[in-house]
Design a binder for this molecule. Structure first.
Ligand code: NAD
Length: 490
C-alpha cells in the first residue's frame, strides 16, 4: 500500500495544532477532533480540533474585543503585515504546496501556482490598504460641509471551500486586514490544514492577537448559525455552493449583515467558426482541467460551432486522453484525485445519466486506477439538452461538447441557467467578442482565454452565482462602510 514519505509527514505534522482564538492555539472546548483525509490514498492524513458553538462564541468575543484597536492601526502597518505575509508565503511555497496537495489532491505544480496566486492577494491588498479614500463636499445650498470617510465594517465571518484551500482564504483575509476588520475564518472540513498553516504565517508576520481567529469544525451548521445570529459579526463573506449560500443569506437576515457570496457556476464555453482552434483547445483544457475540473469557473458546457465541432472534439479528446492521472505528489502527474468518495460518485452519476440519454464517450468515462478517488479525463459528444450535467456543476474532469449554428441560438442556450459566474468566448472577430461580452449574462467573460482569475480584477458572479466582488479595486469595498460627518460652516 502506498504511503507518505518522511518529508511529507513532517510537513503535515508541522501544521499548528488546535483552534486559533485570540492569538493562541487551543483545543476545542469539548476536546473533540475530526479526521482530514488524503484523497489520493483515501486515508486519514491527520486530525484537527472540532469546534462547536462554545468555541464559536469564544472566537466571536476575541474578534469583537480586538476590533476597535485594530481599526485604529495605521493603514501602512496593516499593509506591511500583509506584505510580510506575502513574502513568507513565497519563501515557504514548496512546503505549503505539498501540504495542499496532500489534503486536497491537486498536482504539485498546480498547488505551487495556487500558493503564488494566494500570495498575490496579500500583495495586492497590502497596496490597497493605503489607498482607502474619502471626500470633502459642499452642500448644494452652500451652508454645510460633508466629510465622507470609509470605516471597517466590523468583525467579519469568512467561510471558504475546499477546492482552493489557500487562495480562497487570502482573497478574503487580505481585504479584511487591509480594511481594518477583525475576523473569524472557517475553512472547509476537507481542507483545514492550509488555512491553519496560513494563520501561523500571519501571526509571524505580526498580525495582532484576536484579529484573525480560525475555527475548524466537522459541523459547520452548528458553528456558523450562532455566529451569524450572535450580534458580534457584522458581515459574512462566503465561498461555496449556491445551496449553502442561500441558507446563510437567510440566516444573515436576522442581524441584517453585509453579505458577499461567491457561489456555484455553470460556465458556457463558446467556440465560433472563426476561432483559432489550437487556442480554443488550449483554452478548453485550462478552463476544464484546472483543479481537476473542481473549480466554480470550470467550463461546464462546451458549445462549438457545428462546422468546427468534429475537429475541436477530436483534438480535445486527444489532449485530455494524454494527461497522466495519479497522486499529485508524483512527478509528471497532470490530474490528481477528486476530493472524496461523494465528489467522485456525483461525477459517476452525471456521466451515466448523459450516456444513458445518448451521449457518446470519446475518451474516459470511468475511474482511473489507484487507492484514491481518481477519474479519467472525459470528453462526451452528442450530450442531449436534458442531461443533468448541463444543468449543474460537474465538478470533475468531464467536458460535454454541444454544437450550435448561430449566435442568437448559442447566446440563448448559454444564458439559460440560474447561474452567471463566468463564460468563455473564442472568436477572432473583435466585434463579436465585444458584443458577446455584453450579451452573456455572467460576472466575468474570458475572451480567447480559459482562466480569468487575477487578484487585480473584480471576481464574482450575477444571478445565483453570488453577490459582491472579490479582488480588484472594488474588493476592499466589501469590507468598508461609508460614513459622513455633516457640519455647518459660516
Ligand atoms: P459547500 O457549500 O458545501 O461548502 C463551502 C463551505 O461552507 C465549507 O466551509 C463548508 O464547511 C461550509 N458549510 C457547509 N454547510 C454549511 C452550513 N449548513 N452552514 C454553514 N456553513 C456550511 O461547498 P464545497 O463543496 O465546499 O465547495 C464547492 C462549491 O464552492 C462549488 O459549488 C463551487 O462552485 C463553489 N465555489 C465558488 C467559488 C466562487 O468564487 N464563486 C470559488 C470556489 C468554489
Amino acid at each position: 500500500m502506498s504511503t507518505w514519505t518522511e518529508h511529507e509527514r513532517a510537513v503535515v505534522d508541522a501544521v499548528p495544532d488546535g483552534l486559533f482564538i485570540g492569538g493562541a492555539w487551543r483545543p476545542a472546548a469539548s476536546g473533540a477532533r475530526f479526521p482530514v483525509e488524503d484523497p489520493a490514498l483515501a486515508r486519514e492524513l491527520r486530525t484537527v480540533a472540532d469546534a462547536d458553538a462554545q468555541d464559536a462564541r469564544a472566537a466571536a468575543e476575541a474578534a469583537g474585543a480586538a476590533q476597535e484597536a485594530w481599526a485604529a492601526t495605521a493603514p501602512r502597518e496593516r499593509g506591511e503585515i500583509l506584505r510580510r505575509a506575502y513574502e513568507l508565503l513565497l519563501e515557504r511555497r514548496d512546503d505549503l504546496a505539498l501540504l495542499m496537495t496532500l489534503e486536497m489532491g491537486k498536482p504539485l505544480a498546480e498547488a505551487k501556482g495556487e500558493v503564488g496566486y494566494a500570495a498575490e492577494f496579500f500583495r495586492w491588498f497590502a497596496e490597497e490598504a493605503v489607498r482607502i479614500d474619502g471626500g470633502y463636499q459642499t452642500s448644494p445650498d452652500g451652508k454645510d460641509r460633508f466629510v465622507v470617510m470609509r470605516r471597517p465594517v466590523g468583525p467579519v465571518l469568512l467561510i471558504t471551500p475546499w477546492n482552493f484551500p489557500l487562495a480562497m482564504g487570502t482573497r478574503k483575509i487580505g481585504p479584511a486586514v487591509a480594511a481594518g476588520c477583525t475576523m473569524i475564518v472557517k475553512p472547509a472540513e476537507q481542507t483545514p490544514l492550509s488555512l491553519l498553516a496560513l494563520a501561523g504565517i500571519l501571526r509571524e508576520a505580526g498580525l495582532p492577537d484576536g484579529v484573525l481567529n480560525v475555527l475548524t469544525t466537522s459541523r459547520p451548521g452548528e458553528v456558523v448559525e450562532p455566529l451569524l445570529r450572535g450580534g458580534i459579526v457584522r458581515k459574512l463573506s462566503f465561498t461555496g455552493s449556491t445551496a449553502v449560500g442561500r441558507l446563510l443569506l437567510e440566516q444573515s437576515a436576522e442581524q441584517v449583515l453585509r453579505v458577499s457570496l461567491e457561489l456555484g457556476g455553470n460556465a458556457p464555453f463558446l467556440v465560433f467558426e472563426d476561432a483559432d482552434l489550437d487556442r480554443a483547445v488550449e483554452g478548453a483544457l485550462a478552463a476544464k482541467m484546472r483543479n481537476m475540473g473542481e473549480a466554480c469557473t470550470a467550463a461546464n458546457r462546451l458549445y462549438v460551432h457545428e462546422s468546427v465541432a468534429g475537429a475541436f472534439a477530436e483534438c480535445l479528446a486527444a489532449r485530455m486522453g494524454a494527461l497522466t492521472v495519479g497522486r499529485g505528489t508524483e512527478p509528471g502527474v497532470d490530474v490528481g484525485p477528486l476530493i472524496d468518495a461523494d465528489g467522485r460518485g456525483k461525477v459517476d452519476e452525471l456521466v451515466e445519466d448523459a450516456v444513458g440519454r445518448g451521449a457518446k464517450t470519446l475518451v474516459g468515462g470511468e475511474h482511473a486506477p489507484g487507492d484514491g478517488y481518481f477519474y479519467r479525463p472525459t470528453v462526451l459528444t452528442g450530450v442531449p439538452a436534458d442531461a443533468a450535467m448541463l444543468h449543474q456543476e460537474v465538478f470533475g474532469p468531464v467536458a460535454p461538447i454541444l454544437t450550435f449554428t448561430d449566435e442568437d441560438e448559442v447566446v440563448a442556450a448559454a444564458n439559460d441557467t440560474p447561474y452567471g459566474l463566468v463564460s468563455y468566448v473564442f472568436t477572432q472577430s473583435l466585434e463579436r467578442a465585444f458584443r458577446l461580452g455584453e450579451r452573456l449574462d455572467t460576472g466575468m467573460v474570458g475572451l480567447n482565454k480559459g482562466v480569468v482569475s487575477n487578484p487585480a480584477a473584480p471576481f464574482g458572479g450575477v444571478k445565483q452565482s453570488g453577490l459582491g466582488r472579490e479582488g480588484g479595486t472594488v474588493g476592499i469595498d466589501e469590507f468598508l462602510e461609508t460614513r459622513y460627518l455633516a457640519m455647518p460652516l459660516s
